[in-house]
Design a protein around this ligand. Structure first.
Ligand code: NIG
Ligand code: FE
Length: 387
């Protein structure tokens, strides 16, 4: 196996509290690290790096762990930019456009779906993302959901079955019939193609009781639960997520104090998706209240054609800092280590010894530039050992 030393790193963020400044960000200035084809072998001061077969000179730039985008809906067809324009003109987002994407996705060929997903994966990668969770949820038939998960599987092992996104139009007058399909035939067919099960538990989608039944059933088929919750309204969905020990509860736009207490006492990560609030002109979630209560916070793109057609984690960080009062370091941690925890992964989201050799070299001397220079392409190169 070839070894490489990445030297002359002006500012290295490792997220390993045993390294560097020994903060949770494990920051080292004038650093170097050594990798092989798979993992990090050594991390330390530039002048102390051991020999390696090859050298990458970072030229004084900042290096960060690869971003972990723990919430995306990359497999879809069609365009909903007209809905975005209508929202910017004052219309409210209610998830109603999902049916349009379902129709377009059902009508797309395998090749069209694959090409669209590939294009979005490439955009994410160019922006420093090295781990991507991908959900199904825009076909809502047994064969279609399997197809979406198969397409997702060409790009990631972190696949999530979201058959319970909304009730599709053909079941509009037979809601129970769709839930019966979800929990029997569809789940049996999809479970072998996924690791996670998700439900859109919100106003206009699935109720707390329905979500519980679907996720409990998914767990018996070997899937681990996660949940879309409180994007559109308050509900008991946060309590449900904690009760089911969901890996993550996502959106959290509307939170009561009791929800924050529950999250901070649990292993369920609160995944915030400020691209959705940006794109739907909604109030941003209370990241500060969650962090001050010591809840674990992740940041992700929620890339989807309706509420957040965002493929830049740097943009998400800039929003988190500017609009949600997160510090740059907190936002960077949440977009890397926080995302890893939301996927219950210890091997990504940090650059300690033994971690996957996944990192991004920035075209900037400090990671703070990610928020300081919004809109600039600051990821010079992305290295991804984790497939
Ligand atoms: O995470 N909230 C549900 N699902 C997506 C949006 C889906 C859509 O509008 O197409 C989300 O925001
Ligand atoms: Fe989502």
């Amino acid at each position: 196996m070839t070894t490489r030393v990445i030297c002359n790193v002006g500012e290295l963020t490792t997220n390993d509290p045993t390294l560097g400044d020994e903060s949770m960000f494990g920051r080292i200035h004038d650093a170097a690290f050594v990798i092989d084809d798979e993992q990090v072998l050594w991390v330390g001061r530039n002048g102390e790096a051991p020999d390696a077969d090859e050298m990458i000179d970072a030229g004084g730039a900042a290096v960060i762990p690869g971003f972990v985008d723990s919430h995306t809906h990359l497999v879809f067809a069609g365009d909903r930019s007209d809905e975005f324009e209508a929202r910017m003109a004052g219309r409210r987002y209610d998830g109603g456009g999902i049916a349009r994407t379902v129709a377009a996705t059902r009508a797309a060929s395998d090749e069209q779906l694959r090409d669209g997903a590939r294009r979005r994966v490439n955009e994410l990668r160019a922006g420093g993302v090295t781990t991507i969770e991908i959900k199904s949820g825009y076909e809502l038939t047994t064969d279609g959901e399997v197809r979406s998960l198969e397409v997702a599987g060409e790009f990631s092992h972190e696949r999530t079955w979201l058959g319970a996104h909304v009730v599709p139009p053909e079941f509009a007058s037979d809601r129970d019939g769709y839930i019966a399909l979800l929990t029997t035939t569809m789940l049996d067919a999809c479970a072998p193609h996924a690791k996670w099960a998700d439900v859109f538990c919100d106003r206009g989608a699935f109720s707390v009781d329905e979500a519980r039944a679907i996720l409990e059933c998914a767990r018996t088929k070997g899937l681990t639960p996660r949940l879309h919750a409180n994007q559109l309204a308050h509900s008991g969905a946060i309590a449900l997520a904690v009760d089911l020990d969901c890996a993550s509860v996502d959106h959290c736009t509307y939170l009561e104090d009791g929800d924050i207490d529950l999250l901070s006492a649990s292993a369920t990560v609160a995944t915030l998706l400020p691209g959705a609030e940006f794109s739907t002109r909604s109030p941003y979630p209370s990241a500060r209240r969650l962090l001050d209560a010591a809840a674990t916070v992740a940041l992700a793109t929620d890339c989807n054609p309706g509420s957040s057609y965002v493929t830049s984690m740097a943009f998400v960080i800039a929003l988190a800092v500017r609009e949600m009062a997160m510090t740059v370091d907190e936002a960077l941690w949440s977009a890397t280590k926080g995302g890893a925890l939301a996927l219950r992964r210890n091997d990504v989201g940090h650059l300690g010894v033994g971690a996957c050799a996944d990192f991004a070299i920035l075209d900037a001397p400090r990671a703070a530039h990610l928020a300081y220079r919004p809109g600039a392409q600051l990821v010079a190169s992305t290295y991804c050992a984790n497939r």
